[in-house]
Write a new protein. Structure first.
Length: 492
């Protein structure tokens, strides 16, 4: 049945209460089915050919409704109007996993529970020959009474065969796409298993497994880089859990678990005894402001002109990189990545290198201050026995302070996934420190350079850098883990 855009009653029976959400191609509303007196969710999808699309969606709706599984959202009907297609679905009161993750990662036990519920829904669909094709947190509903349901089953299949998507849009959300979807191969149950593994990674860490500034960058990472290690974002993650997710996100379909429940059950077993949620990922914080300058020392009396020249006071230099760091941190405040004090990921200097406070000049024995008869203060001074200290030399590029600033620049690029661009900057950061130093900023720069080299495809170069980092006794286990990843990637 076609309904007008201005109709208050969709399809003659669904009265809209409020909008529940909106995406790029659809909007979802809470409505009341006046014929059956129940609440339903109505998804409006915009198509170029509503009537043809409605027929396809009607078939998918019937197929989806026939599955009847407690972890699947029921699809009741599909109706066309001149604006698109209306999908009438079961309304689940609660939230989505996507909204839940806005507050940070789930506790491991809860994450395993959600993934197992979705896995049961997927395996049931796969047994009936249906591939979801768009598994993502926004399609996972968490009911107030504990229900875990997968939505949009069948909609992806119908959308792929209609003009509901533009020719320049790849169906699915980029961060959760399997490599075969990018290559144009026919999706299979293994496609959904890959996507489920990416969702599990995000549920446990609070950040997406694949990140980039554009869908093209994300697609490039999916196609050309190995699966991410869970421990890079959650350093306390069990090694077994990291291996399960790597297997689930394998680029080769045959290397993935055979069923979604196999993936979910292996993950739950690996997470047994882990019930402490990882810390919420944060954007890279700006370095703290430099310490306030020490109180100015008493100004020494001017020496006689005939015996000494006045000394110019050295002007305190403020690094021009500080405002840039603050601006970059403000742009990153939405938080995409986890930041800990050098553990479980990239290392960032915790504070800028402090400049030594100016030393107070000592009074000489010839300097005195006595009250005069008139109540004023007079001073009688001779030239100091030693010349005042010379002003500090100007800061050059090869200083620890400059190395710390360069490390911060490289760190920000790494957080954006721009590892190759970070490498030359981090090389300069490392070179700015004197040989043999144990400065923690130097340690951070070494770690970041090693990781950037590994992730950008140069693990052999990363190994000696990380071995140097290991000689500095700080967060040794994290460094050992990164060194192990580099050696493995280099085939050693």
């Amino acid at each position: 049945m076609v309904v007008g855009a201005g109709s208050s009653l969709l399809a003659g029976r669904y009265r809209v209460d409020r909008q529940l959400g909106r995406g790029g191609m659809a909007a979802v509303y809470l409505a009341h089915d006046e014929k059956l007196d129940r609440r339903v969710a109505v998804k409006r999808l915009h198509t170029d050919s509503p009537e043809d699309a409605a027929r396809r969606f009607a078939r998918e709706a019937k197929l989806g409704a026939s599955l009847n599984h407690p972890n699947l959202v029921w699809v009741f009907d599909a109706v066309a109007d001149h604006e698109g297609v209306l999908i009438i679905m079961e309304y689940v009161e609660g939230t989505t996993l996507a909204r839940e993750l806005q507050g940070g990662p789930l506790r491991p036990r809860r994450a395993a529970e959600v993934i197992q519920g979705v896995a049961r829904a997927l395996d049931h669909a796969h047994e009936h020959g249906i591939v979801h094709r768009d598994v993502k947190p926004a399609n996972m509903l968490l009911g107030k009474r504990g229900a875990i349901k997968l939505a949009d089953l069948g909609i992806a299949t119908a959308a792929e065969h209609t003009r509901i998507t533009r020719s320049d849009v790849v169906l699915g959300t980029a961060a959760y796409l399997a490599p075969e979807q990018l290559d144009g191969h026919r999706p299979s149950p293994a496609t959904d298993i890959y996507s489920l593994a990416t969702v599990a990674f995000e549920a446990l860490t609070g950040v997406k497994a694949r990140r980039g500034r554009t869908p093209v960058e994300i697609a490039h990472a999916i196609a050309n880089t190995p699966p991410p290690d869970l421990r890079e974002e959650w350093q306390q993650a069990p090694a077994a859990a990291a291996e399960v997710l790597k297997c689930g996100m394998s680029r080769d379909r045959v290397d993935r678990p055979e069923t979604a429940c196999e993936l979910a059950d292996q993950l739950a077993k690996a997470l047994e005894g882990e019930d402490r949620a990882p810390s919420r990922p944060r954007a890279a914080a700006p370095p703290p402001p430099p310490p306030k300058p020490a109180a100015a020392p008493p100004k020494p009396p001017a020496p006689p002109p005939s015996r000494a020249q006045p000394v110019r006071r050295a002007r305190r230099r403020v690094s021009p990189l500080l405002p840039m760091a603050l601006l970059a941190a403000a742009l990153l405040v939405a938080g995409v990545v986890a930041l800990s004090a050098g553990g479980g990921g990239d290392e960032k200097s915790s504070s800028p290198t402090k400049q030594p406070a100016p030393k107070k000049q000592k009074k000489t024995k010839n300097e005195s201050s006595n009250p005069s008869a008139g109540g004023s203060t007079s001073s009688q001074t001779t030239a100091p026995s030693a010349a005042p200290p010379a002003p500090p030399p100007p800061q050059t590029s090869s200083t620890p302070a400059n190395g710390a600033s360069l490390n911060n620049q490289g760190f920000r690029l790494m957080k954006q996934g721009r590892y190759a661009e970070a490498v030359p900057i981090l090389r300069k950061a490392v070179a700015a420190f004197p040989s043999g130093t144990t400065d923690l900023n130097y340690a951070y720069a070494l770690f970041n350079l090693g990781r950037a080299l590994r992730v950008s495809g140069h693990p052999a170069e990363a190994i000696p850098i990380l071995e140097r980092r290991l000689r500095i006794p700080d967060q040794t286990e994290t460094v050992k883990r990164e060194l192990e990843l580099a050696r493995r990637a280099a085939g050693r």
